[in-house]
Design a protein around this ligand. Structure first.
Ligand SMILES: Nc1ncnc2c1ncn2[C@@H]1O[C@H](COP(=O)(O)OP(=O)(O)OP(=O)(O)O)[C@@H](O)[C@H]1O
Ligand SMILES: CC(=O)N[C@H]1[C@@H]2OC[C@@H](O2)[C@@H](O)[C@@H]1O[C@H](C)C(=O)O
Length: 402
């Protein structure tokens, strides 16, 4: 047997594995690196987060990614070169983290790499009859495997599409394995660049679990903060938005897009929720000249209302009362007091953070990819039924170091 396959076989047989989960999301703030000890698989999965770090992206990295990010027309050579460059960068970031944590690479069984999404094109966005859903994550796993010497599993979203999904949200798998609890109605709400939630009903039935994106989370707030304040990456603690007043005409125009009429589950990205999207809504509502404070207040309210409406409409299609749900928030938006304050007004549920379940909300998505890699090598037996958007498949491609 090939020696690489032999070591993978040994890793698959272990009762627990050390897996580094990597996530770099749509906010382009940095690479989340989660060193996890994972025991069991599927519903018996237990995760211990041994170390976690967000390695900030330098302005150079951000600007290179932005040169191709979410743009329908780009320099093709740049995309090809970035695929290698990001793989190598991520490998270096892993090695730096391991060095700081004083953990030799030989102690790590697997790297689980999400890569950098550069374009997400579900059919609802591209609307081209003959093409299926599409998504592209770059930062090739072979570079990570060769540079770190650790078997790397990457490119998780393609199998999801091949099995009928949109390539996202994948959070549902980790959310079900870790957080579904008999007797408690839970919503796991992640507010990153894009917001999504997983519905985990109290009967713990995998066939009733549900997941969807809701629309923009922080992506528009970040984009307009950067436009007016080039030295600020985001509206920290909503300091700017808090000084503004929500513009109701603009809010109505922002909410008028077909995306919000499309049935659940659905996915989206900054390809739709862009500066141009907001400019169009401003033109339609005659609000081109509002202040940046009012604009950010309105964009924050837009996120809050669309998240709340998606959750309310999902729950109202079930027999569970809304008051019986606890919402566990995660992602950067959970740190935005204006956004979370409005959500609490709009949804009559109990609110807390995933940290209260022992999983840091900032690390949750990186942990998710470690869980998916764990499933690839030693799980894959969970059945989510035949509903749209949660295919019961293993995901990821395996790269060997040699
Ligand atoms: N203190 C804070 N106040 C306001 N917003 C914050 C705060 N901290 C983080 N954020 C927001 O969270 C964002 C980062 O969130 P996160 O890292 O969850 O996004 P992501 O993982 O890149 O996105 P996605 O989940 O869509 O891929 C920042 O860009 C900012 O908008
Ligand atoms: C294509 C893509 O990268 N989508 C991300 C993005 O960020 C949040 C939301 O949009 C979610 O659908 C997804 O990531 C998480 C990790 C997911 O798949 O669950």
């Amino acid at each position: 047997m090939n020696a690489n396959l032999e070591s993978l076989y040994e890793i698959a047989k272990k009762p627990s594995r050390i897996i580094i989960g990597l996530m770099s999301g749509t906010s382009l703030d940095g690479l989340d690196v989660a060193l996890c000890k994972i025991t069991g698989s599927g519903e018996t999965t237990e995760v211990q987060l041994l170390e976690f770090d967000t390695v900030d992206y330098s302005e150079e990295i951000k600007s290179e990614i932005r040169s191709v990010f979410a743009k329908p027309t780009i320099d093709f050579q740049k995309l090809v070169l970035l695929n290698e460059w990001i793989g190598i960068l991520h490998a270096d970031m892993i090695l730096d983290c391991l060095n700081r944590w004083k953990i030799p690479a030989s102690k790590v069984d697997l790297v689980a790499s999400h890569g950098q999404t550069v374009f997400h094109a579900p059919k609802i966005l591209h609307q081209l009859e003959k093409f299926t859903n599409g998504t592209l994550q770059i930062g090739d796993g072979d570079h990570i495997a060769v540079k770190t010497g650790i078997i790397t599993i990457s490119d998780f979203r393609q199998k999801h599409i091949a099995a009928g999904g949109e390539g996202a949200p994948l959070a549902v798998y980790g959310d079900y394995f870790l957080f579904s609890k008999k007797g408690e109605n839970r919503i796991m709400l992640n507010m990153g660049g894009i917001a999504n939630f997983t519905f985990l009903p109290s009967n713990h039935n995998p066939e009733e679990v549900f997941v969807t994106d809701t629309g923009t989370g922080n992506t528009l707030i970040d984009a307009f903060t950067r436009l007016s304040f080039p030295d600020k990456a985001y509206d920290k603690d909503a300091e700017i938005a808090k000084k503004g007043i929500v513009n109701l005409s603009l809010l109505e125009a922002l909410k008028a897009d077909d995306f919000f009429q499309a049935p659940f589950p659905k996915t989206t990205g900054p390809e739709l929720f862009s500066i141009e999207y907001v400019r169009n809504a401003q033109t339609k509502s005659g609000t081109e000249n509002i202040s940046i404070e009012d604009l950010l207040a309105t964009l924050t309210r837009f996120s809050a209302e669309t998240i709340a409406e998606a959750i309310n409409s999902t729950i109202s299609n079930t027999t569970y009362p809304i008051e019986s749900f606890t919402i566990y928030m995660s992602g950067g938006g959970a740190h935005n007091p204006l956004l979370t304050g409005w959500l609490k007004e709009l949804l009559s549920c109990t609110f807390t953070n995933t940290d209260s379940l022992g999983i840091s909300g900032d690390a949750k998505e990186a942990i998710l990819f470690a869980i998916l890699a764990n499933e690839t090598v030693s799980g894959g037996n969970s059945d989510f039924g035949s509903r749209k958007g949660i295919p019961s498949v293993s995901m990821g491609k395996i790269s060997f170091p040699s």
